[in-house]
Write a protein that binds this ligand. Structure first.
Ligand code: FES
Length: 75
């Protein structure tokens, strides 16, 4: 089965939230620059794309306060 096939239990899916985080669902790991695995406590996580989060790589909702136009936030 291909990644993204909802019938595949091992599939990982990515969803871009306009002006906000990247939602990642499925069985995956997130590694820091040094290769250390960053523990996650959920099957679905939100990765910060605005660079404003205080708990990177996770989204903490700060993007809502930045009030950037959606098009700018996607760049
Ligand atoms: S995307 Fe939500 S805090 Fe950065």
């Amino acid at each position: 089965m291909a990644a993204g096939d909802s019938a595949d239990p091992d599939a990982v899916s990515l969803t871009s939230c306009p002006g906000g985080p990247l939602l990642v669902r499925g069985d995956f790991e997130v590694q820091a620059d040094d290769g250390t695995v960053i523990p996650k406590n959920r099957e679905t996580v939100a990765l910060c794309r605005c660079t404003g989060s205080k708990i990177k790589p996770w989204c903490d909702g700060t993007h809502k306060l930045l009030k950037r136009p959606a098009a700018e936030a996607e760049e």
